[in-house]
Design a protein around this ligand. Structure first.
Ligand SMILES: NC(=O)c1ccc[n+]([C@@H]2O[C@H](COP(=O)([O-])OP(=O)(O)OC[C@H]3O[C@@H](n4cnc5c(N)ncnc54)[C@H](O)[C@@H]3O)[C@@H](O)[C@H]2O)c1
Length: 255
């Protein structure tokens, strides 16, 4: 699995959950990943896991634009020139599902983490990709942003919709520079955090009914998402850009 040998990758929000699985998968494929996360303890736990030896971990709060820019500049000075960028950080931040209960602050936090942090990271990394004439940008969209959500609110759905639409435009604009931009759109992936949120917002019977309606009859795993990200991040996916890949067991489909 050396198809990403020599490639330098940045994975945001990668100390836990989907991002951690993505970083591990890219490392297995031969890439040299850097992980950003704000949680020092989670970073230390991830760094100590088997298979994570070749990964560089940096503590940074992705909501802090100045800290993000400074960390990217430090890494550039240390010789990290990113070929692959996985904009993974995001989430619904436990804000209400009911639209009428979502405050301005709930909208701002969710748009800030999913959209603004992604815009800033891309802005920070793109000039180097353009200069080198090569890049693979993979954004994390969501089934929520594609088809609506059963357990998160309109703020999260709108934020992921924005990320997904921006993906198409970046593909248009930067394709001539050898840069692709695609999005992976997972359904509910059963991480401990999502299992907790589902328990809070849906009964056991409702959850079972959802699983029964998924064509492959199971919940998603972090490895399912990591495999899809690796597909877009590989050199050989250079003719595929501006695409949204559903990773949801067939729960949402479009032609
Ligand atoms: N888990 C799912 O079911 C699911 C489904 C569809 C899409 N997604 C998307 O996939 C991505 C990853 O989801 P997840 O469930 O693994 O996320 P998560 O909530 O488990 O968080 C992953 C990591 O992000 C870090 N993080 C949070 N805020 C941060 C900040 N301000 N700065 C730096 N790091 C921060 C956390 O410390 C954590 O280590 C998100 O964009 C999410 O919207 C997830």
């Amino acid at each position: 699995m050396g198809r990403m040998k020599g490639r330098v990758a940045l994975v945001t929000g990668g100390a836990e959950g989907l991002g951690k699985a993505v970083a591990a998968r890219l490392a297995q494929e031969g890439a040299r990943p850097v992980v950003f996360d704000r949680d020092a303890e989670a970073l230390a736990r991830a760094a100590a896991e088997p298979g994570m030896e070749g990964i560089t971990f940096r503590q940074v709060d992705m909501m802090d634009g100045a800290a993000l820019a400074a960390t990217l500049a430090e890494l550039e000075a240390e010789g990290f020139h990113f070929d692959i960028l996985v904009n993974n950080v995001g989430g619904s931040l436990h804000t209400p599902r009911d639209f009428l209960e979502e405050s301005d602050a709930d909208w701002e936090r969710v748009m800030g983490l999913n959209v603004t942090a992604t815009v800033r990271t891309i802005r920070g990394v793109l000039p180097g990709m353009i200069a080198r004439g090569y890049g693979r940008i993979v954004n994390l969209g969501s089934k929520a942003g594609r088809y609506g959500s059963l357990f998160t609110g309109a703020n999260y759905v709108a934020a992921k919709g924005a990320v997904q639409s921006m993906t198409l435009q970046l593909a248009q604009e930067f394709g001539p520079h050898g840069i692709t931009c695609n999005a992976v759109c997972p359904g509910a992936i059963h991480t401990p955090r999502v299992i907790g949120l589902l328990k809070e917002r849906m009964s056991d019977a409702e959850q079972q009914a959802v699983l029964n309606a998924i064509p492959v009859r199971r919940a998603g795993r972090v490895e399912d998402v990591a495999a899809a990200v690796a597909f877009f991040a590989a050199d050989e996916a250079g003719f595929i850009t501006g695409q949204l890949m559903d990773v949801n067991g067939g729960q949402g489909m479009s032609s």
